[in-house]
Design a protein around this ligand. Sequence first.
Ligand SMILES: [Zn+2]
Length: 111
Amino acid sequence: MKRLKIHKGDQVMVVSGKEAGKSGKVMRVEAAEGRVVVEHLNMLKKHTKPNPKKNPQGGVIEREGPIDISNVMLMCPSCNQPTRVGYRFTEGGAKVRVCRRPGCGSDIDKA
Ligand SMILES: [Zn+2]
């Protein structure tokens, strides 16, 4: 499976499209499609018919739609800014993501 720079649980900021400038937590990564689903962002309205089991009223359900991964940037938990992602290897050989903002360079993953 392709390893993406954005992981489930990350805080990301949307950098283009109608949700640009908003940030949220990644709920799901669709690696094959190169998309992420971000909590409360890119809400899509879905009209549903009444369904006695799931939803007796019917009506409009709002749901997060996927966002192309190229439209989001990872938020660095240290400097709290959207950043490009770099990698480094720890002494133990673990690969961790690092913030590439000048003056920060903090690890994004716990080593
Ligand atoms: Zn940073």
